[in-house]
Design a binder for this molecule. Structure first.
Ligand SMILES: [Zn+2]
Length: 439
């Protein structure tokens, strides 16, 4: 689906559950677009089988007496099979495997990685290079006895880049205009996701800017790195975040004054889901036509959509429970409890007593129990009392420790200043290496 026509949105919205109330339709086209984009993102690129052209003798490193063959590993390939494709026998393979202890690495092949065979005129293996990406490879070169092993790790050049945009139609279209890829945009949304609901809160006129790393190899951009600092203005409210790696090596986003962006709970258990029915303790049931509380929030989502635990905690129930159908209940410390209903399937290993982490997938959307269509019914309890998951004040996670504060300010103030420097060119000077550790 390329767009999300209003008639479709309404049709989905009408899927209310018996625990649910009348649907409330989103008026904001950005939310629909986000859902569409999210579906696109879910499709992962499959490594393609090598074409005849890829399976070729290259000339770059060739000496007159050597021939090079490069093969891209496909799912199901074996080392023996790849040797055969290069015109080599199992005898050649065994010679290499016995020729150096590190050759045991070749017993694990990953799709998309490449093997380059160098053969001499007698069709003997002179050198084999295994490359997992542009930066990492290892090789075996024939020696007097056996093979010599060499490992190569290159580091990319890191540069800073700045992007900014004002939202006109949707976050994703604005991101595209600002020359940002989907992954970078998702990371931006994740940084502010505790404060801003990217499905419901985004409005025309909202704006954002970010300072992030770009990795270059031999002058060619190979990927984006981390977002280092960012600002998002949502409905005139300004949110700012900066990345900081603490003395334990843990990277997190904080406000410029050292409060963590993260909260103890995610606002929603599904990415960019649309609310089809709100929390309402005094609503009239559409079917029963009498007052019956809707104790949670319904999120419209396709059957099988992953459901995430909204906070760290312990599963206290995973099973069937009347109108809820299949349900997971998680206890978070003494105070909080969350409930996820109408599940089609539990994630493997999710059962009573198991500890879960915030953001961990625990189950998949379905329509078990009293539900007229697939959706997630989500409830939030504070000290045993049910609360509106959309509006409840969420407890903040820990802020920066006092002992880290000086270091934090020293490292992050320049990043915020860089972000605020609107007149700076898009490409800034090369970053220092302290920011490239995770690349
Ligand atoms: Zn419901």
């Amino acid at each position: 689906m390329g767009s999300f026509p209003k008639s479709h949105a309404i049709a989905v919205g009408l899927l209310s559950c018996a625990l649910g109330s009348l649907a409330i339709f989103p008026s904001n086209p950005a939310s629909a677009k986000l859902q569409v984009r999210k579906l696109d993102l879910a499709v992962e690129a499959q490594p393609l089988p090598p074409t005849e052209e890829e399976w070729h003798a290259t000339s770059t490193f060739e000496t007159p007496s050597e021939k090079l063959y490069t093969a891209t590993v496909r799912s199901g390939d074996t080392l023996s099979g790849l040797f055969k494709q290069a015109g080599l026998s199992d005898r050649h393979m065994m010679a290499l495997l016995q020729g150096h202890v590190e050759s045991k690495r070749l017993t694990r092949l990953y799709p998309g990685h490449t093997l380059t065979f160098s053969l001499n005129e007698e069709q003997q293996l002179q050198r084999l290079e295994y490359r997992s990406d542009k930066l990492n490879s290892f090789s075996f070169t024939r020696a007097e006895q056996g093979y010599e092993f060499e490992e190569s790790q290159r580091s990319p050049d890191i540069q800073y880049a700045v992007r900014s945009a004002t939202i006109e139609q949707s976050l994703f279209l604005s991101g595209k205009k600002a020359d940002m890829d989907d992954k970078l945009l998702m990371e931006l949304a994740n940084i502010f996701g505790w404060d801003i609901d990217f499905a419901l809160d985004i409005r025309e006129g909202d704006s954002f800017k970010l300072l992030y790393e770009e990795a270059f190899l031999d002058g060619e951009k190979i990927r984006n790195g981390n977002i280092l600092a960012a600002e998002f203005v949502n409905q005139k409210e300004r949110y700012r975040a900066v990345r900081y790696v603490d003395q334990n090596g843990d990277a997190q986003y904080y406000t410029p004054t050292g409060d963590t962006m993260r909260k103890e709970f995610l606002r929603t258990p599904i990415d960019f889901a649309r609310i089809s029915s709100h929390f309402n303790l005094r609503r009239k049931h559409p079917v029963l036509n009498k007052i019956r509380a809707h104790k949670g929030t319904d999120y419209a989502a396709a059957h099988g959509t992953p459901i995430k635990a909204t906070g760290d905690g312990k599963v206290v129930f995973a099973g069937r429970k009347g109108g809820y159908g299949n349900v997971v209940i998680i206890q978070h410390g003494q105070t909080y409890k969350t409930l996820y209903a109408h599940i089609s399937k539990f994630r493997k290993g999710i059962r009573s007593g198991v500890r879960v982490k915030q953001g961990q997938v625990i189950a998949y959307v379905g329509s078990t129990g009293l539900a007229t269509g697939p959706h997630l019914h989500y409830e939030f309890y504070v000290n045993g009392a049910v609360r509106n998951p959309v509006r409840v004040a969420l407890p903040k996670a820990k802020s920066i420790q006092e002992s880290e504060m000086a270091r934090f300010l020293e490292q992050t103030q320049s990043l915020m200043a860089e972000l605020d420097n609107q007149t700076s060119p898009t490409k800034l000077a090369s970053a220092d290496t302290s920011h490239s550790a995770s690349l």
